[in-house]
Ligand binder design. Sequence first.
Ligand code: HEC
Length: 122
Amino acid sequence: MEHQIIKGFLLGTMIFFSACYYDNEATLYPPTECISTNMSYQNDILPIISNNCYVCHSAVSNTGNVTLEGYSELIKYVDSGQLMGAINRDPGFSPMPQDAPKLNDCNIEKIESWIAAGALNN
Ligand code: HEC
């Protein structure tokens, strides 16, 4: 009987700690953690654009005659103000991504921070 209880306790402890171990940072520290400093085009911005926009704006899809694939294409829309206008859904711009929810705050913050730092091809 006593053994059963100790076994149960040990098992419970193991499950408890392994659950903690496998929880990743994102679930432990939900929305407060948005790292948006020192943004890199390659590592931070490109994944956001390719995941959310390439379905319509890759070089091949080119929807609305807008290609955002590659730095040299994307930078045109950065410089014209259309990228942030569309993403922030400012008046006078087409809201993007089209027919989908607005990008989350952290992704918008990352893009803004990258642009504020000069929108480098880094
Ligand atoms: C489902 C297709 C679709 C997706 C996904 C999409 N777009 Fe578009 N986008 C369009 C179409 C169609 C147009 C051209 C017609 C228009 O302006 O509404 C356009 C136009 C634009 C323009 C020019 C708009 C303007 O007002 O000058 C920009 C900038 C743009 N998209 C950026 C983005 C970005 C950034 C994303 C991802 C966050 C994105 N789009 C995702 C379909 C899409």
